[in-house]
Write a protein that binds this ligand. Sequence first.
Ligand SMILES: Nc1ncnc2c1ncn2[C@@H]1O[C@H](COP(=O)(O)OP(=O)(O)OP(=O)(O)O)[C@@H](O)[C@H]1O
Ligand SMILES: [Mg+2]
Length: 450
Amino acid sequence: MTRAISLHDVSKAYTRDARVVDRLSLDIAPGEFLVLLGPSGCGKSTVLRMIAGLEDIDEGRLFLDGEYGNDLPPSERDMAMVFQNFALYPSMTSRDNIGFPLRIEAPHADPAPRVDATARMLGIEDLLDRFPGQLSGGERQRVAMGRAIARHPSAFLMDEPLSNLDAKLRNHLRAEIARLTRELGVTTVYVTHDQAEAMSLGDRVAVLRGGVLQQVGSPRAVYSLPENVFVAAFIGTPRINLLRGLVRAPLDGAMTISLGKQFLRLPEPLSLDHQLLRVQQGREVIVGLRSEAVRIAGPAAARTGEVALTGLVEHLEFQGHEVLVHFNTGSRPALVPELEAPRPAPDRPARRRREGGTVLERLRERAGALRAGPVVTPDAPARPDPASAFASASAEPRVPGDFIVRTTPDIRLRHGMQVPLLVDLAHLFVFDQYGRRICPSPDRLPDLEE
Ligand SMILES: Nc1ncnc2c1ncn2[C@@H]1O[C@H](COP(=O)(O)OP(=O)(O)OP(=O)(O)O)[C@@H](O)[C@H]1O
Ligand SMILES: [Mg+2]
């Protein structure tokens, strides 16, 4: 039997001053493969351990198949966990390791038929008589999976089970986990910080940041309509280009988004989404352009909806089938603090940005920002403003190659070349200064096949 797992406003704090999981609500359907994705320390393992019953739930409720389950001991939850550090008993063969939980559950039953069936499923029949010390990392992980599968649990809880393995083996086992869980039809909650893994495995992906759920949806939905800039930046390779922009909407002229030295002129008649940007007139926004939204071509080649920019080639990343070109477009990148590599400190004193709008407007914005999470203001103050979401690189030495475009390896480019670019505005994302998506409009119904 497979089970439904529901979390209602679940919170957890290890110390009095900070919640590591904050009012998390999630409904996981029977047989679903849900991936919990987020950066290190965001609370993924804590959530998994609360579902398993290995960690107490401080606030909120857990339901297993609709029944209140907060106080159910782990042994009665009928779930199998697979960890990153596949702890096998070193003095037992693979056969005994896989059979061990079966012997505990049913001391008088012969575990052999189930162990053999599981080994066949995983293709590890040859390894059954070996000890863990005689197995490679990948083989050990397969035996650990076998131990979870043989029990026929009603849910699998997997905590970064592949992160100790090399890339090739990881891809191989990833496909195997997808196949096995589909065949078994067992509800699976899978924790990872690797977005590619999350996207390739999950029926749905739940993105966590600092213990707060940012978005949950199909891989397609979280990629195509990220609710905020954190999700947009966390999902997708190469990373979405995030630039600071300023909306200009004169009454008698074309609407533009200024990117510092260049601007995007929104084509007329304005689409509904672009019309809605008018209210941002004079405000700082964050422009998000995934690499597929930009191509290298001159203005003469522009199709409807494409506008021209230029970029200076700063770095070329040869990937074999494609090249990632890092351009300098003279714009200021918007940085999402948790996702940035350490950067050099600003060389001029930080200055606090003045907030615009009425007090009520500012309060509303701050309330909204809580969901998107804390962000950092432009001109990077030493202490991040708890209500704001981004750091701007304006006060820092210029970040080389602020804008990444994918291209085929046959295009000949050299460092220092000024290259014409075309931006497809149908793929334009705009986020407000707190990181919430404002374009495409959050109210728009996604035209996605879910
Ligand atoms: N037993 C504990 N006591 C105190 N703090 C803890 C404990 N376990 C975890 N934490 C803290 O809670 C936060 C969330 O930890 P958790 O292990 O859930 O993160 P995670 O998302 O799984 O991270 P990673 O990807 O690095 O495994 C971290 O800041 C961690 O330091
Ligand atoms: Mg963890």
